[in-house]
Write a protein that binds this ligand. Structure first.
Ligand SMILES: [Zn+2]
Length: 624
């Protein structure tokens, strides 16, 4: 319903655009533009990838794009002219894989540890934030769940020991050097937590008094199930690092919960931060319905239907004992039937698409690959490890996805290793055949999320993805930040084919880009930089020089193709008449930026508009 409305609108404006271009004026439409940006480099990202000099806005829409002469008919007595003096205008960036929920919280009171290279970095990042929180009196605002007392807390997120130089995470002895009094809890990127000694005390455990020790201090972590690890120090006591799904629960019962108000506040301030990077829309990649979705809904209501950025939320499909699996097809049917909708919402907040997962990670050697990982000392599976599929049975997988597809949910599946990618493509293919037989005019924009190793030595699924219109929902910044740990696990040759941008592009696979924050910092310019250079953070060598793409091609992944993923390419993703005025003004001339300038481009964002409304303005930029 919503889509057909937009199509009609866009077509009517496009004919006006043609008239404006031929110099004959807007004709039947007497309204002049509110605002015309002139003397700019406008990178339109339209189908021809045209550049223009000026853009005219009225209300929340773009009404004309072209040369300054083209736009003269749109300038009336009340039109505000803003000469940009050669600055660049690009479409707002569409970030298509992010978990915004903690971003504002991190900006305000927590620490993101993804930039840390070693334990010393972690300690200094934590100490700096602790000082700042003390100075600004934002430390003592937490209610401890077990005692109900209020007090201080220091939160961190985004660590993974395999990203750190010595493959060692800060343990409670390291963290005690940051603070012995303030509880410190650091969430791992994936299933894990690190805490200081103060947290054990809040649980009633005193390391000096064996009478207070719980049974699990001595227990074999394997008793908690496969993959569960309680790390120990030289005395054989827990060192504060817990890995796995269940082991972290031994200590996280004492961690304060954020209230709905705090979560809403975090979402909104996170969105404001993203606007400062040039982002105008996000895909929240997987919410357990009723949790993250509820936070978005509350923020949307609070803001009277206008969030700072546009958001599409995927629903996450989980079963209780495996938060990333789909589970029983019958249970899925019951749940989707009870929900009774897909694609609900408007252009500021919509719930659309279902996210699930087919394998694990490449740093953690759990992604399903056909050629085993390179052996490393700490992997007991050694040279046999090829990771695992979350759903071993193809037939059952097909049934699970069939239920979701029947109810109209688009499919978006995390798949990293080639075995997982092949499986997802095989399931998608079969379902697409069935759907297209019944409803030949429908279009499915399904995606594979991450897509790290589609090209293994013995096979490639890229052509098939192109044939079936399967979208690659990729995270270039992840390669920049985490590439070193992948390299250790798969070697240089396979790294050169890791998310092969050029191969995907040339085959005709559409790429939509996201940061996957909090797994990586959310700066989209790092992703653009990686696509253009394939340069990693801590390695001078380039893996896959022949897999780079041009700046325009990289921009397409963050603009028009990102909008395509969520069926929004008719209303945003490029600078064209009829589309929303979601625009970014950048200092300087983007097309001639050096590689280093590209990496730091976030500092050059001057103004971000969503629907014609400024959601970010750099202090020194005046445009009114
Ligand atoms: Zn994610």
């Amino acid at each position: 319903m919503m889509i057909s409305r937009h199509v009609v609108r866009t077509i009517s404006y496009l004919s006006v655009f043609a008239a404006a271009c031929s110099g004959s004026g807007p004709g039947a439409d007497p309204d002049a533009a509110d605002l015309v940006l002139t003397d700019a480099l406008v990178i339109t990202m339209n189908a021809n990838r045209d550049l223009a000099d000026a853009v005219a806005l009225r209300g929340n829409r773009i009404v004309a794009v072209g040369t300054e002469t083209d736009l003269e008919p749109w300038i009336g007595p009340a039109t505000r002219l803003v000469p940009l003096d050669g600055k660049t205008v690009i479409p707002g960036l569409n970030e298509t894989h992010i978990h915004v929920r903690d971003l504002g919280f991190e900006q305000d009171t927590a620490v993101n540890l993804t930039p840390a290279r070693n334990v010393a970095d972690i300690r200094s990042q934590l100490s700096a934030r602790l000082e700042e929180l003390k100075r600004t009196e934002r430390l003592n605002r937490w209610t401890y769940p077990l005692s109900g007392e209020t007090g201080p807390w220091l939160f961190g997120l985004g660590w993974a020991q395999d990203r750190l130089e010595d493959s060692r995470m800060a343990d409670r002895h390291d963290l005690d050097q940051v603070s012995r009094d303030v509880p410190i809890s650091l969430d791992r990127i994936y299933r894990g937590i690190a805490v200081n000694t103060r947290i054990f005390e809040l649980l009633g455990y005193n390391f000096d008094d064996p009478d207070t020790w719980p049974d699990w201090f001595a227990e074999d972590p394997a008793d908690f199930g496969p993959g569960e690890i309680i790390m120990r120090d030289q005395q054989g006591l827990p060192n504060g690092i817990f890995l796995g799904e269940r082991a972290p629960r031994l200590v996280n019962v004492v961690i304060p919960d954020k209230s709905l108000e705090q979560k809403v506040e975090s979402l909104l301030s996170g969105m404001n931060y993203l606007a400062s990077l040039g982002i105008t829309s996000v895909v929240e990649a997987g919410s357990r319905m009723g949790e993250v979705t509820r936070v978005y809904q509350a923020a949307y209501d609070l803001r009277g239907g206008r969030l700072p950025l546009r958001a599409v939320v995927y629903d996450g499909w989980y079963r209780s004992n495996d938060p990333y699996g789909l589970g029983d097809p019958g249970a899925i049917r019951e749940r989707v039937a009870a929900l009774g909708f897909s694609n609900l919402g408007d252009d500021y907040f919509r719930v659309r698409g279902a996210k699930s997962s087919m394998d694990g990670g490449m740093g953690s050697r759990s992604a399903a690959v056909s050629v085993p990982y390179l052996p490393v000392a700490e992997d007991p599976l050694g040279a046999e490890n090829r990771g695992a599929l979350r759903e071993p049975s193809f037939e059952r997988n097909l049934e699970q996805y069939q239920v979701l597809a029947e109810f109209g949910w688009e499919l978006h599946t995390h798949a990293i290793g080639d075995r997982a990618i092949n499986r997802v493509v095989d399931v998608y293919k079969e379902l697409l055949h069935r759907l297209r037989e019944r409803r030949p005019d429908d279009e499915q924009r399904w995606s594979i999320i991450h897509l790290y190793q589609p090209d293994e030595p013995d096979n490639s699924v890229v052509e098939e993805m192109a044939d079936y219109g399967i979208i690659a929902a990729i995270n270039p910044a992840n390669l920049y930040f985490e590439g070193a740990s992948f390299l250790r696990n798969v070697g240089a040759k396979r790294m050169a084919r890791h998310t092969p941008y050029r191969t995907l592009r040339d085959a005709g696979v559409r790429m939509a880009c996201g940061s996957d924050y909090p797994n990586n910092p959310p700066d989209p310019w790092v992703g653009i930089y990686h696509m253009v250079t394939r340069q990693m953070q801590n390695d001078d060598r380039i893996y896959g020089q022949d897999e780079t793409v041009s700046l325009q091609e990289a921009l397409a992944c963050f603009t028009i193709d990102g909008a395509f993923l969520t069926y929004d390419d008719d209303v945003r993703g490029s600078i064209e008449p009829g589309k929303y005025a979601d625009l970014v003004i950048l200092e300087g001339e983007l097309m001639s930026a050096s590689e280093d300038e590209l990496l730091g481009m976030a500092d050059n964002i001057l103004l971000t508009l969503v629907g014609g409304r400024a959601v970010y303005r750099r202090d020194d930029f005046s445009w009114q």
